[in-house]
Design a protein. Structure first.
Length: 75
């Protein structure tokens, strides 16, 4: 099997799993454990997003300072 065929099979499998999860979503809506897990994931995502934004800002500032030091024009 070629790498492309293998990738296509993996993609089709992933799509099937997503479709199955979506089909179960209405059933899980009333599950308190699922609601708590979803809230935890949302909280974790928000924290990671904040950290990502902070790190991104710091990297942008560092790159800007390095460009000034090296005399490079942005872009």
């Amino acid at each position: 099997m070629s790498r492309l065929d293998d990738a296509q099979v993996r993609l089709e499998t992933a799509i099937a799993r997503l479709e199955a999860a979506l089909a179960k979503a209405p059933e899980a809506a009333g599950d308190p454990d699922m609601a708590a897990a979803l809230e935890n994931v949302r909280r974790d995502y928000a924290a990671l997003r904040e950290k990502t934004d902070t790190v991104g800002g710091r990297l942008d500032a560092t790159i800007g300072r390095l460009r000034e030091i090296l005399g490079d024009e942005p872009g």
